[in-house]
Design a protein around this ligand. Structure first.
Ligand SMILES: Nc1ncnc2c1ncn2[C@@H]1O[C@H](COP(=O)(O)OP(=O)(O)OP(=O)(O)O)[C@@H](O)[C@H]1O
Ligand SMILES: [Mg+2]
Length: 140
């Protein structure tokens, strides 16, 4: 069994992501691992709909901070955790972060904030589970 020292938990503030945070906390206690929470602001998608003003960027940053603060607040004192924020395509950015940061596994929700229901995996979780080089746990 691989030694699990750090677990990457990509969070988007959805119910699925919240369940992934709870599950990751349990795993971190078992493995004595550190949790790295990552929020990716999908700036490219926003740019299609709006010319990016400072106000919009500010709002996106605040939304991400709120998601990350929510995750950090759930973590008990005996578990080490850190929050990170990146911009770009969530799927690609999550994988790049995991490789750069040498995370030993990824824990994420099956679905996120997307409105299409009835599909098992969202596009981000599907891309990550197909392309990650480390074990991925999808929380339903
Ligand atoms: N912007 C993001 N930053 C960090 N993690 C994310 C982000 N978006 C999704 N995730 C992670 O991926 C999981 C699955 O979300 P995903 O986006 O794949 O589903 P969806 O929103 O239902 O579908 P889609 O985005 O394809 O419409 C989430 O529970 C969360 O763990
Ligand atoms: Mg989504």
């Amino acid at each position: 069994m691989n030694d699990i020292k750090t677990i990457l938990v990509p969070v988007d503030g959805s119910e699925g992501s919240d369940r992934a945070v709870d599950f990751a906390i349990n795993l971190a206690q078992i493995y004595k691992a550190k949790l790295d929470f990552l929020y990716v602001a999908n700036i490219n998608q926003l740019a299609i709909n709006a010319c990016l003003s400072d106000a919009i960027l500010d709002a996106v940053t605040k939304a991400g901070d709120a998601v990350l603060d929510g995750a950090l607040a759930k973590v008990p004192q005996d578990v080490e955790s850190e929050a990170f924020s990146e911009t770009g395509s969530p799927a690609v950015t999550i994988l790049e972060f995991a490789e750069d940061n040498k995370n030993d596994m990824i824990v994420m929700g099956s679905r996120g904030l997307g409105v299409v229901k009835g599909v098992l995996l969202g596009s981000v979780s599907q891309y990550v589970v197909e392309n990650a080089k480390v074990p991925v746990s999808i929380v339903k």
